[in-house]
Design a binder for this molecule. Structure first.
Ligand SMILES: C[S@@+](CC[C@H](N)C(=O)[O-])C[C@H]1O[C@@H](n2cnc3c(N)ncnc32)[C@H](O)[C@@H]1O
Length: 267
């Protein structure tokens, strides 16, 4: 096996490992955009394979997908055409073209902002990229879930699957770096194709609901909804019901996933 990240270096494998046959993530994002009256021009930040961007495009939106991974972008252009795909770092970007009506950031892509500076970079870039009144819709792991809950941390987890004639197995260990507020993942892959095991390290910011509110307000966003579900990756999963469209009060936000909709205030 080669590559720095088996999944993001192999987008087809990524889609096989994390199937979303009902396009729940894109449908949920679209429901949020519709509930809050967003215009058609949408940026999918950390768009990955492009499957959500392409679904939003088919739903009639004018979509740009942005990602840092060249293999992901190549896959998106070939397999999920329609949107414009651009290479950009979500921690600081300036994209060409008119302002966007909305930015969507799905499946914890926002948590690649490991530091406060990264998060400031993302939010100030989104603010620049959005028109006045534009929306940010994001869905991610919830840092608050890990306060007092160790169920994901207690023991390594393992699994396996076959893809294109090769059997892959993996052992995953999650740890919390408390001072850095990072969830660190160490994953060791083995395969039956004779190649050596591959060890990969990833990390996600453990971002807390109040912290996210504070950062959004500091960057000129008003929170319209902040809650732990239902969403496209919760249990029970979102099934198309109305998404919260209220004033963003202190809703329940201690589950495994955090969902936020925020609007640029003023100009
Ligand atoms: C978990 S995947 C989510 C992909 C997609 N949003 C989805 O829901 O299927 C995270 C994506 O973020 C991208 N990514 C990681 N760091 C990034 C960065 N600094 N700037 C832009 N994209 C980044 C990865 O390449 C990957 O495609």
């Amino acid at each position: 096996m080669t590559g720095e990240n088996l999944l993001t270096d192999n987008p087809a494998l990524y889609e096989a490992r994390f199937p979303d046959p009902g396009h729940l993530a894109a449908r949920w994002a679209d429901a949020c955009l519709t509930a809050h009256g967003a215009g058609p021009r949408v940026l999918d930040l950390g768009c990955g394979t492009g499957r959500d961007a392409a679904w939003l495009h088919r739903a009639g939106r004018d979509v740009t997908g942005a990602d840092l991974s060249a293999p992901m972008l190549a896959h998106a252009r070939t397999h999920h055409p329609g949107p414009v795909y651009l290479r950009a770092d979500l921690r600081g970007f300036d994209l060409p073209g008119p302002p966007f009506d909305a930015v969507v950031c799905l499946d914890s892509a926002l948590l690649y902002c490991h530091t406060n500076e990264d998060l400031d970079g993302l939010l100030s870039s989104c603010r620049r990229a959005l028109r006045p009144g534009g929306l940010l819709v994001a869905e991610m792991r919830n840092g608050a879930f890990f306060l007092g809950s160790t169920e994901l941390l207690d023991a390594p987890s393992s699994g396996g699957f076959a893809w294109e004639g090769t059997a892959y197995t993996y052992v995953t260990t999650l740890t919390v770096d408390r001072a850095a507020q990072l969830l660190r993942r160490r994953r060791v892959w083995t395969s039956d194709d004779g190649s050596a095991p591959v060890e990969q390290e990833s990390a996600w910011r453990l971002l807390f609901p109040q912290e996210l509110r504070y950062a959004l307000a500091a960057h000129g966003f008003e929170v319209l909804a902040l809650h732990d579900g239902p969403g496209p990756r919760t249990s029970p999963v979102w099934e198309g019901e109305a998404v919260p469209a209220g004033a963003g009060g202190p809703g329940r936000a201690d589950g495994d996933r955090l969902h936020v909709v925020a609007r640029v205030v003023g100009d």
